[in-house]
Design a protein around this ligand. Structure first.
Ligand code: SAM
Length: 231
């Protein structure tokens, strides 16, 4: 799977993408990520990519030209991945469709898409009207840029690529895989500072343990998401 990230701050990704599961996905060639700093398409000598909003407002707006030109470059470079002029550019914005595990699963099956990380007050709306095919939010709060949301999305997708997680770390038992929240886990020692591991987990009775885990998943899903899985 190939993902391109359009960003003014590609260095922000260096450390998160050089560790853990994302690195493993890249090393195993399940995932390839490239960055395109659209500042390279700035049309002045200062490398500026933003300007004042028409009509007046606080904050600066990302100009359309560098982003349109960056997408022209990718449209040509990645043309084996998509038909016609439907370039899969996804804009990261708090206004977008909420990212969740279902969307992570859906995106993890794609061969290619590009993420546009915004900055400042917003991008010129023509980018959203004429280039962007989907808008994605990682939650109802406002960050300073789309780089952290891009990292969140790439991480969630990387761990769903086949062969990236070991069986031991399997995503299938994680929260939200089937709507429900995962059960509690404990490890050794069986007693720490007087705090005991639930007796049932030490019983060796697999049926009892599975029933307890299922009961806990239901309880926690009700408690944290107010969803009743018994209904
Ligand atoms: N003025 C915008 C608004 O109210 O919707 C917020 C702009 S924010 C300061 C700058 C950039 O950060 C956005 O263009 C977007 O790319 C990114 N961003 C901020 N919060 C985000 C979120 N919750 N999900 C996805 N992207 C976000």
């Amino acid at each position: 799977m190939q993902i391109d990230i359009l960003t003014l701050f590609p260095k922000m990704f260096e450390s998160p993408f050089a560790e853990g599961i994302i690195k493993r996905a890249i090393d195993k060639e399940k995932l390839s990520i490239d960055f395109l700093n659209f500042r390279k398409y700035s049309e002045d000598n200062y490398g500026s990519v933003d300007d004042y909003p028409y009509g007046g407002a606080a904050g600066m707006i990302l100009k359309p030209e560098p982003i349109f030109k960056a997408v022209d470059e990718l449209r040509e470079k990645r043309k084996e991945y998509f038909n016609s002029d439907q370039f899969p550019l996804y804009y990261l914005t708090p206004q977008g469709e909420k990212f969740d595990q279902e969307m992570a699963k859906e995106l993890s099956k794609k061969d290619y898409f590009a993420l546009l990380a915004g900055r400042y007050k917003d991008v010129d709306y023509r980018v959203r009207e004429h280039l962007v095919r989907r808008e994605i939010s990682i939650g109802d709060y406002v960050l300073s840029g789309g780089e952290l949301p891009a990292m969140v999305i790439v991480d969630a997708i990387a761990r769903l690529q086949k062969g990236v997680l070991s069986d031991f770390e399997s995503a299938e038992t994680d929260s939200f895989h089937n709507q429900q929240i995962d059960c509690p886990y404990y490890t050794r020692p069986r007693e720490y500072r007087g705090y005991e591991v639930p007796e049932v987990l030490l019983s060796g009775n697999h049926k009892k343990i599975a029933d307890w885990q299922e009961k806990k998943r239901k309880e926690l899903t009700k408690k944290f998401r107010n969803i009743n899985l018994n209904e």
